[in-house]
Design a protein around this ligand. Structure first.
Ligand code: ME8
Length: 514
């Protein structure tokens, strides 16, 4: 079986509605997935929702709903948003699915049987209000636990622990031997430091008296499993890892390992420590440890988004207001993958008007109009345009190098550089002058052909980010929809008839300030 490009996103927590950070991660992953499809690869793109856990149970209680009902309601919001934003995932990971719960239990049981999970008792300070154990980190300067914790009591609790510390040295040696494990590289260094400090095992159970909304431990019905153990397993359960009698099968092995796209806050410890160690303990080989692409945060007003700050920008409203393409393009063009970005609605509008409406939209419109006016929309292949084609090829090479490194902002910069080049070419060639001089007929043909050919390639390059606009461009250029990178090598045929121009990116009019 040919190797499939398997890409996953973090599964979004269903304790609250989706925000712009969720949208950014899903769009980034969608763009990478679409790009790999366009390279002719088989792609399996998985995303979904994290439905269990204490916060979901608490949010549900506040609204007087059963956790399942509450999680289902929030899940609907995520699904509606991803549909609106044009996500092209192949599978949907919802952690309340019976198949997933079954795989989580099978893995827990096999780790328990292998002696990787043990029971122990723990005594500590427990906040009744926040329903969590407190450590010295939670103490104030006076050494006391602050009022935000409510009543704090000392309790002893029996729980199940996963032998994390035992695998610390393996993880360090794995990281050292695999410099490309985490992208960008500075995050790998950060992870290594954290692993060096690792001590202690991971508590993977919660007594049902405290938390009911989870997956019951297969070896003790008095407990559910910790939400992170449940959530991480989605990557393999929905990848088909254990959907028969035994773990692993040809289909799963043809996909795995996946590229995990996650935000910077969940690298340490969840994805960079717990997950590789769980997989290693479950018998996954070093070659089967999944690489991590860690993106930055979308910030609002310089602050991390929080409900209490009231600075949540609703991606559904933005998409409604400006269209999904405008939002997708803005996020992919302005966020440098791996870095944080400050969200700005003004920048979104400026990017749309400048790059899409002016540079690309006008280029398409002018080219089609001139071809129609001067040549009845028929383009003639020039005798020698090797230099022009070589320049296009160089842009495509730069674009693919950037996309292969997940740098969507730099790839778009390269593509839009080609649009800028075409606009400058129109100014220097002045087709309206060439049209007046019969001696320049061949030159006019060459200019129109070269512009149409560049637009054809541009429709391919923008397609992962702007699939709808790419299809619209293809229709206007009268070329098949869904061309791939391989089609770059086959320029427009001599005598190709272009289609009729219609505005692709109508300008967003900004109401004058009052
Ligand atoms: O962490 N900018 O869920 P989550 C960019 N359920 N990305 C952001 C962001 C922001 N402002 N805020 C959050 C969880 N994210 C777990 C994951 S995976 C097995 C379980 C990213 O809903 C965050 O980094 O809190 C994460 O990758 C994703 O959104 C979901 O966050």
């Amino acid at each position: 079986m040919a190797k499939t490009f398997f890409i996953t996103t973090a599964i979004d927590y269903t304790n609250a509605a989706p925000h712009i950070g969720h949208a950014y991660e899903k769009i980034l992953s969608d763009v990478i997935a679409r790009y790999h499809r366009m390279k002719g690869e088989e792609v399996f793109f998985l995303t979904g929702v994290d439905q269990h856990g204490q916060k979901v149970q608490q949010s549900a209680e506040k609204q007087g709903l059963a956790p399942a009902e509450f999680a289902a309601g929030v899940t609907e919001k995520f699904i509606a948003l991803w549909t609106k934003l044009g996500l092209s995932h192949d599978a949907w990971a919802a952690t309340t699915e019976p198949l997933h719960k079954d795989v989580v239990r099978k893995i827990l049981q096999s780790l328990y049987d292998a002696g990787e999970i043990y029971k122990a008792s723990y005594s500590g300070f427990y906040s009744v209000r926040q329903e969590q154990f407190l450590t010295d980190k939670e103490r104030g300067e006076d050494g006391e636990f602050g009022p935000e914790w409510g009543e704090v009591v000392e309790i002893t609790e029996e729980n199940y622990y996963f032998r994390l510390a035992k695998h610390r040295d393996w993880l360090l040696s794995y990281i050292d031997a695999h410099p490309g494990y985490v992208t960008p590289a500075f995050r790998q260094a950060e992870l290594r430091n954290a692993v060096e400090r690792l001590s202690g095992d991971l508590c993977i159970s919660r007594p049902k008296a405290r938390l009911e909304w989870g997956i019951e431990l297969p070896f003790d019905p008095g407990y559910v499993t910790y939400v992170w153990f449940d959530a991480l397993v989605n990557y393999i359960s929905f990848g088909g890892y254990w959907n028969g009698a035994e773990p692993h099968n040809a289909e799963f092995d043809s996909r795995w390992p996946a590229l995990h796209v996650i935000g910077k806050d969940i690298l340490v410890p969840a994805h960079g420590v717990y997950w590789p160690i769980i997989l290693h303990a479950a018998g996954f080989t070093d070659a089967e440890i999944p690489p991590l692409l860690v993106h930055g945060y979308i910030n609002i007003g310089g602050a991390k988004m929080s409900k209490s700050l009231g600075n949540i920008v609703d991606p559904a409203i933005l998409s409604e207001k400006y269209g999904p393409g405008a939002l997708r393009y803005y996020l992919m063009r302005e966020a440098a993958t791996g870095q944080d970005m400050e969200f700005s609605e003004d920048r979104l509008v400026i990017r749309y008007n400048t790059d899409l409406a002016n540079d690309l939209g006008n280029l398409l419109n002018r080219t089609l109009n001139m071809a129609k006016r001067y040549r009845a929309s028929v383009v003639k292949k020039p005798a020698d345009n090797a230099e022009w084609l070589a320049e296009i090829k160089a842009v495509v090479e730069l674009y693919t190098a950037k996309m292969d490194g997940y740098l969507t902002h730099a790839a778009l910069e390269a593509a839009f550089g080609l649009a800028a080049k075409c606009n400058a070419y129109i100014e220097t060639q002045a087709p309206w002058k060439l049209a007046k001089d019969p001696a320049q007929a061949d030159q006019l043909d060459a200019v129109l052909y070269n512009l149409a050919e560049a637009l054809r390639v541009l429709s391919i390059l923008i397609s992962p980010v702007l699939p709808e606009a790419a299809a619209g461009m293809a229709a206007q250029l009268n070329i098949p929809a869904g061309l791939t990178l391989a089609d770059v090598a086959t320029p427009l045929a001599d005598g190709h008839v272009l289609g009729a121009p219609t505005p692709l990116f109508p300008r967003i009019e900004i109401p004058a300030a009052e």
